[in-house]
Design a protein around this ligand. Structure first.
Ligand code: ZN
Ligand code: FE
Length: 275
C-alpha cells in the first residue's frame, strides 16, 4: 500500500478550508485568478467574511448541501451582504435558497469558471445533495463537496433517512473516480478511523491511514480532503459488501445480516454506540 493512496496533499489551490465551530470545515472555491469565490455550507457568516476580507475576495455564490444550522446558518447574512445566488437541495426548505437543485442538475458559475454536477444523497437528511466537479484546473483531479454524507473514514448519522437510502447514496459516491478529493464538512477523521479499526481490524491500509491521520492532527493539520481511493480502501461504510464487514455486522447483531442494508445499518448503529 503506497502512502499516496492513504493521503494525498490537496492539489487544488482553488479550494480553501475555513474552520468554524468545533470541527466544521466551510469550503471556499476560488476563481482561477483568486479574486472571486463560492462558498459551500457557510454555517458561520462571520468566519466566511473574515476569510474573504483577508484574501480580498468577493462572494459570487452560496452552495448548500443540507439544512442543518452548522451548514446553512450564515446564508441570510451573506446573501444580504453580497446579493449572490443561493443554491440548495430542492427537497428541503431552507430560507434564502433561490436555486433549488436535484439529482443530475448542473450548476455553471461562469464568473468562477466552475461547473458542478448535483448528486442526490439522501440519508443524513431527506434532501441532502453533493456537488461534484470533474476538475477545477486543467489536468486536475475531480472534487466532491459532500457535506455530512461521506466523511474521511466514516459517514453521517441517519437523522432523516434509512440505512438503505444512505447505503445507496454512499455507493454512488464510491463510484466516482479514484483521484476524487473528498471535501467533507467535519474533522471527524480520527474518531472515524478508530471505529473503522475496531470493525475491520485486519485492514493494513486502514492502520496506515490511521497512523497518518494521527500524525497530521498532532501537527494541527487537517486530514481533509482525502481521496476516494483511500475511502474505498479504508472506510467501513463503503465496504459493507465485503466479508470482513459482514462478519463485523454479524458480531454486532448476534446473527448474520439478512441483506446489504441490514449489514450497513448494523455497522452504523455500532458506530453510534462506539466510544
Ligand atoms: Zn448535518
Ligand atoms: Fe454538520
Amino acid at each position: 500500500m503506497t502512502d499516496s493512496l492513504v493521503f494525498c496533499p490537496d492539489p487544488h489551490r482553488r479550494v480553501v478550508a475555513v474552520p468554524a465551530f468545533d470541527d466544521n470545515y466551510l469550503w471556499l472555491v476560488l476563481s482561477p485568478d483568486h479574486r472571486r469565490a463560492a462558498v459551500v455550507d457557510p454555517g458561520d457568516a462571520q468566519a466566511i467574511e473574515t476569510a474573504l476580507a483577508s484574501r480580498g475576495l468577493t462572494l459570487n455564490a452560496i452552495l448548500l448541501t443540507h439544512h442543518h444550522r452548522d451548514h446553512a446558518g450564515g446564508v441570510l447574512a451573506l446573501k444580504a451582504r453580497w446579493s449572490c445566488p443561493v443554491y440548495g437541495p430542492q427537497g428541503e426548505r431552507i430560507e434564502g435558497v433561490d436555486h433549488p437543485l436535484d439529482e443530475g442538475d448542473r450548476v455553471s458559475l461562469a464568473p468562477l469558471d466552475l461547473q458542478l454536477r448535483v448528486i442526490a444523497v439522501p440519508g443524513h437528511t431527506r434532501g441532502h445533495i453533493a456537488y461534484f466537479a470533474e476538475q477545477l484546473d486543467d489536468g486536475d483531479s475531480p472534487a466532491l463537496f459532500c457535506g455530512d454524507t461521506l466523511f474521511a473514514g466514516g459517514c453521517g448519522r441517519l437523522f432523516e433517512g434509512t440505512p438503505a437510502q444512505m447505503l445507496d447514496s454512499l455507493s454512488r459516491l464510491s463510484a466516482l473516480p479514484d483521484a476524487t478529493r473528498v471535501y467533507c464538512a467535519h474533522e471527524y477523521t480520527l474518531a472515524n478511523l478508530r471505529f473503522a479499526a475496531a470493525v475491520d481490524p485486519e485492514n493494513a491500509a486502514l492502520q496506515a491511514r490511521l497512523a497518518q491521520a494521527q500524525a497530521r492532527r498532532a501537527r494541527g493539520e487537517p486530514t481533509v480532503p482525502g481521496e476516494m481511493a483511500a475511502e474505498r480502501a479504508t472506510n467501513p461504510f463503503l465496504r459493507t459488501h465485503l466479508p470482513a464487514l459482514r462478519a463485523a455486522a454479524a458480531r454486532h447483531l448476534g446473527r448474520a445480516p439478512a441483506d446489504a442494508s441490514e449489514c450497513f445499518g448494523a455497522i452504523r448503529d455500532w458506530k453510534n454506540q462506539f466510544r
